[in-house]
Ligand binder design. Structure first.
Ligand SMILES: Nc1nc2c(c(=O)[nH]1)N[C@H]1C(S)=C(S)[C@@H](COP(=O)(O)OP(=O)(O)OC[C@H]3O[C@@H](n4cnc5c(=O)[nH]c(N)nc54)[C@H](O)[C@@H]3O)O[C@H]1N2
Ligand SMILES: Nc1nc2c(c(=O)[nH]1)N[C@H]1C(S)=C(S)[C@@H](COP(=O)(O)OP(=O)(O)OC[C@H]3O[C@@H](n4cnc5c(=O)[nH]c(N)nc54)[C@H](O)[C@@H]3O)O[C@H]1N2
Ligand SMILES: [Mo]
Length: 748
C-alpha cells in the first residue's frame, strides 16, 4: 500500500487524562500505520508527548483483553473460560439482581479512576437507575476537590486565559506539567517565551521550577499556610485589589481578621521559608497581576489541609486581582448548546433515602451528596438542567469507608463491585486492606483494556475498547464547565471477528442496565448516538447531521469566556458574589474561611518513621499503572525510582542505583535510589502504581503487585483523611516512612 492509501481518522487520545488531545490516526484497513498530532485543534500537546507515537505497540499487544472471560478456578488462580458478551452480561445481571434482592441496591459499588472510558457519566447513570449511591473513585483525591472549591467559591470553573500584553504572571502551584500535562507544559513554555513571568510552588526543583522566574520551595502540605501568609502581607501592605474585592466578593472583612492568625514569622516557620523570602515572594506576586494559575494535585493529596489549601490559593488569587479580568482566570460557562455530563447522569432517579446511605457522606460531607446537593441548587438556578456539577466528579462515596464496609459488613454489607477504568490494587491507599476487601466480595467485575492485578482477582474480566476504538470528547477544563468541546471519532472497529470483541464503556453500562429493568432509560443505542444527541443544537447551527459531519467541518466548539462576569452580580453562589466566606461550607458545618490546620503528631506506631514521602510525582511516559507491559514504553523507564536527597541517602548508606525498601507500619515497597539535591533532606519522592506484567498473574504474585507498589505503604485511616473531603494522604504531613538499603536479591 502506498502512503496515500492510509485513511486519516480524527480521534481523541486518552493515553492520559490530561485533556483528550486531538490526534490524526493514519489507518490502513484495520491497522494503525502511525499517529500524528492534529495541531489545528485547540487541545493539543504541541508535539511534546511521545505516547501517541507508541499507539500501535499498545493496540496490538497480546496483553490486551480481547474477549469476555469468566473465572473457573479459585479467585486469583488465573484460570479462565471465554464466553460471549450476551452470556457474560446475562450472568452478571443475574447475580446483581440477586444481590440487590438480598441486601438492597446500595450493596453494589463501582470504582472509577481518572474518568476515562467516556467521562464516567454512563456509570453514574447506571448506578442511579440501579439505586446505589456507592460510586467511589480517585476523584476524591483528584480534581473533585478543585472542582467543588471552584463551584462553592465562584459558582463556576476558573479557566486560565493567558493573553499577551495583559497577563503578567503564570503560576504552577503544586503542578509539574513537564511530566504530567503536555498541553499545560506547552502553554507554560509559550508564556515564558512571550515574556510573562513564571512562578512555581513546589518542594522539589522540577523542570518547571528550574526554568521559572520564581521557585517557591515550601515544606509539603503547607500550601494553605503559605497562601494565608501571602494574604496577610498583601492586606497589611495594601497590595491587594481593593476595588475588585469590595465590588465582587463576600466575606472579605472576616478574611482580614482570619489572616491576622498568619503573621510572616509564623508562616515562615510552618512553610520553611525565611520571613524575608516570604515578603519578597508576596511583593513579586502582587506586582505581577493579573496572573493565570494552575493548581496541581499535591494539595488535594495532603490532608488535613486538602480542601482548605485549594480554597486559600483560590482566594489569594482573587484578592490579588487575577480573577474575572482580561489575562487572568476567567469564570467559564458551558459551551452554548452542548448537553453536559450532569444532564446525562439521571441523578434525579436516586431517591433521597438512597442518597443518605452513601458511605462516608455523614462524616465527609463536602464531596458527597450533602455538599453536591447544595452546589447543584446554586448552579441549576443559573443553568437549569445543563449545569456543570457532574456527580461523577463532585459526589463520591468515601473509598476507605467502602473498603471497610466490604470487609466488616458495617454499617451494611457491600457485596458487589464493578471496576471500570481504574486499578484499585495500585491506585488506592493501603493496598493490603484493599486486597482483603476485594477478596471478601461476592462479585467482582473488571472492565479494562489490558490485564491488571485487579482483573486477576475478578470473577469476570471484560475487554474495553480503548480511545482508538471509540468516539470521545476532549475538554479544556475538566472542572466540569466545558469551555471547549472537542470530539474525535473511532479510528478502528471495536469488534473484528476472530481477533477481538470489545465494548466501549458506554455500551457495557447500557447493555447491563437493559438487563436490570432500565430498558426505557438508555435511548441512545451507541456511543456515536450519545455524542450526536449532546451536540445536536451545535450540529443544527452548523447544518451538519452526523458526528462525522461535525468532525469534518470543525471538530470543536468553544465557549470563549468573557471577563466581567462578576459585574452581573449573579454568580451561582448563594450570595451571587465570590464567596471568600463560604456559606455552603458553613451549612455543611465546616470552617467557612480558609485556614491552616496543624497536623496531629504521629502516634507511637508511626513516630519512628521520620521521613516524609511525596508519593507519586508524575513521570513520563507512564500514566499511573498503565503501559508497563509495552516494551517501547518500558524501555524508557524500566524500573521504579525513589528520589533521595544526598544527605539522607548517605546517612542510610545508600548510593545511586541501590534497591531501597520504603517502609511503614502497613508494609513496604522496593524502588531504586536516585540521589538528588533538588529537594530538602527529610523528604523522599517515590513513584506510584508499579507492578510487573512480565511476572505471573496468579496469586500470590498478581503480576508482582507486592514488590514496588508504594500504596502498600500509604495509609487510608479515616482519621488521617481530610475532614471535609475525606481525601487520604498520598503526600503531606501524614505520609511518613523510613528507608533501608535492600540487599542483593532481597525479596522477602
Ligand atoms: N501513592 C499514590 N497513589 C496515587 C496517586 C499518587 O499521586 N500517589 N495519584 C492518585 C490519582 S491523582 C489518581 S487520578 C489515581 C488514578 O487511579 P486509577 O485511574 O485507578 O489508576 P490507573 O492506573 O490510571 O487505572 C486505570 C485503568 O483503566 C484502564 N483504562 C484506561 N482507559 C480505559 C477506558 O477507556 N475504559 C476502561 N474500561 N478502562 C480503561 C487502564 O488500562 C488501567 O488499568 O491514582 C491515585 N493514586
Ligand atoms: N505522565 C503522567 N502524567 C499524568 C499522570 C500520570 O500518572 N503520569 N496522572 C494524571 C493525573 S490523574 C493527575 S491528578 C495529574 C497530576 O499532575 P500534577 O498535579 O502535576 O501532579 P504531581 O506530579 O504529582 O505533582 C506536582 C508537583 O507537586 C509537588 N508537591 C508535592 N507535595 C507538595 C505540596 O505539599 N505542595 C506543593 N505546592 N507541591 C507539592 C511535587 O513535588 C510535584 O512536582 O497528572 C496527570 N498526568
Ligand atoms: Mo489524578
Amino acid at each position: 500500500m502506498s502512503k496515500s492509501d492510509a485513511e486519516i481518522k480524527y480521534s481523541t487520545c486518552y493515553f492520559c487524562t490530561s485533556r483528550g488531545c486531538a490526534m490524526k490516526v493514519h489507518v490502513e484497513g484495520d491497522r494503525i500505520r502511525n499517529v500524528t498530532y492534529d495541531t489545528k485543534a485547540p487541545i493539543t500537546p504541541g508535539g511534546f508527548c511521545i505516547r501517541p507515537g507508541l499507539a500501535r505497540d499498545y493496540q496490538e499487544h497480546p496483553f490486551r483483553l480481547s474477549f469476555p472471560l469468566k473465572r473457573v478456578g479459585e479467585r486469583g488462580e488465573d484460570k479462565w473460560q471465554q464466553l460471549s458478551w450476551p452470556e457474560a452480561l446475562d450472568e452478571i445481571a443475574g447475580k446483581l439482581d440477586q444481590l440487590r434482592r438480598n441486601y438492597g441496591p446500595e450493596t453494589l459499588a463501582t470504582s472509577s479512576g481518572t474518568g476515562r472510558g467516556g467521562w464516567d457519566f454512563a456509570k453514574t447513570r447506571f448506578m442511579n437507575l440501579f439505586g446505589s449511591p456507592n460510586r467511589m473513585g480517585a476523584v476524591t483525591v483528584c480534581y473533585g476537590p478543585r472542582s467543588m472549591v471552584s463551584f462553592t467559591t465562584f459558582g463556576a470553573a476558573v479557566m486560565p486565559r493567558r493573553k499577551a500584553g495583559q497577563t503578567q504572571l503564570t503560576v504552577l502551584w503544586g503542578r509539574n506539567p513537564h511530566e504530567g500535562g503536555p498541553s499545560t507544559w506547552h502553554g507554560f513554555q509559550e508564556a515564558a517565551r512571550e515574556g510573562i513571568r513564571t512562578m512555581v510552588v513546589d518542594p522539589r526543583c522540577t523542570e518547571a521550577a528550574r526554568s521559572a522566574d520564581l521557585w517557591v520551595q515550601i515544606k509539603p502540605g503547607t500550601d494553605a499556610a503559605l497562601a494565608l501568609g501571602m494574604m496577610n502581607i498583601l492586606i497589611e501592605e495594601g497590595l491587594y485589589d481593593q476595588s475588585f474585592v469590595e465590588a465582587h466578593t463576600a466575606g472579605f472583612p472576616r478574611l482580614v481578621e482570619r489572616v491576622r492568625d498568619y503573621p510572616p514569622d509564623r508562616v515562615a516557620r510552618i512553610t520553611g521559608l525565611s520571613e524575608y523570602r516570604l515578603r519578597e515572594i508576596s511583593r513579586f506576586f502582587a506586582a505581577h497581576q493579573p496572573a493565570t494559575f494552575t493548581i496541581g494535585v499535591a494539595s488535594e493529596h495532603s490532608p488535613p489541609n486538602s480542601i482548605q489549601a485549594v480554597r486559600a490559593i483560590n482566594i489569594l488569587f482573587t484578592i490579588a486581582g487575577s480573577i474575572d479580568v482580561e489575562g487572568g482566570g476567567l469564570l467559564a460557562g458551558p459551551v452554548p448548546g452542548f448537553i453536559p455530563d450532569a444532564a446525562m447522569e439521571a441523578n434525579e432517579a436516586l431517591s433521597p433515602e438512597q442518597r443518605k446511605k452513601q458511605l462516608g457522606s455523614d462524616r465527609f460531607r463536602f464531596l458527597s451528596y450533602p455538599g453536591w446537593e447544595l452546589v447543584v441548587e446554586q448552579l441549576s438556578r443559573k443553568w437549569g438542567e445543563r449545569h456543570p456539577a457532574a456527580a461523577y466528579l463532585n459526589c463520591m462515596a468515601h473509598a476507605p469507608s467502602l473498603f471497610r464496609a466490604m470487609l466488616t459488613g458495617k454499617p451494611y454489607p457491600v457485596k458487589g463491585l464493578i471496576v471500570s477504568a481504574s486499578n484499585p490494587l495500585l491506585s488506592y491507599a493501603n493496598t493490603k486492606l484493599v486486597y482483603r476487601a476485594l477478596k471478601a466480595l461476592d462479585l467482582l467485575v473488571t472492565l479494562d483494556i489490558t490485564w491488571t492485578p485487579t482483573a486477576q482477582l475478578s470473577d469476570y474480566v471484560l475487554p474495553a475498547a480503548c480511545w482508538l476504538e471509540r468516539p470521545d470528547m476532549g475538554n479544556f477544563s475538566s472542572v466540569g464547565a466545558y469551555p471547549v468541546v472537542q470530539i474525535g471519532e473511532a479510528a478502528l472497529p471495536a469488534q473484528i471477528p476472530g481477533r477481538y470483541d470489545r465494548f466501549d464503556d458506554y455500551r457495557f453500562w447500557r447493555e447491563l442496565g437493559m438487563r436490570l429493568g432500565q430498558e426505557e432509560s438508555w435511548p441512545w443505542p451507541t456511543f456515536e448516538k450519545v455524542w450526536e444527541y449532546r451536540l445536536r443544537e451545535i450540529m443544527d447551527r452548523r447544518g451538519v447531521d452526523s458526528l462525522s459531519g461535525f468532525i469534518r467541518t470543525r471538530r470543536w466548539e468553544t465557549a470563549s469566556p468573557e471577563p466581567g462576569r462578576c459585574g452581573e452580580g449573579t454568580l451561582a453562589t448563594p450570595s451571587g458574589k465570590i464567596e471568600i466566606y463560604s456559606t455552603i461550607l458553613e451549612k455543611l458545618g465546616y470552617d467557612p474561611l480558609p485556614a491552616y490546620q496543624e497536623p496531629a503528631a504521629p502516634d507511637d506506631t508511626w513516630r519512628s518513621y521520620d521521613l516524609l514521602n511525596i508519593s507519586g510525582p508524575r513521570t513520563r511516559p507512564y500514566h499511573h499503572s498503565e503501559f508497563r507491559h509495552v516494551d517501547s514504553f518500558r524501555r524508557r523507564h524500566p524500573q521504579p525510582i525513589v528520589e533521595i536527597p544526598v544527605d539522607t541517602a548517605l546517612r542510610h548508606g545508600i548510593v545511586d542505583g541501590d534497591w531501597v525498601w520504603i517502609e511503614t507500619p502497613l508494609g513496604r515497597a522496593k524502588q531504586r535510589a536516585r540521589l538528588t539535591t533538588s529537594f530538602a533532606p527529610g523528604l523522599i519522592a517515590t513513584e506510584h502504581a508499579w507492578w510487573y506484567p512480565e511476572e505471573p498473574g496468579a496469586e500470590p504474585s498478581l503480576y508482582g503487585v507486592w514488590k514496588s507498589n508504594i500504596n502498600v505503604t500509604t495509609d487510608d485511616d479515616p482519621d488521617k483523611c481530610d475532614p471535609l473531603s475525606g481525601a487520604w494522604p498520598f503526600k503531606g504531613p501524614y505520609l511518613r516512612c523510613r528507608i533501608r538499603k535492600a540487599s542483593a536479591g532481597d525479596n522477602d
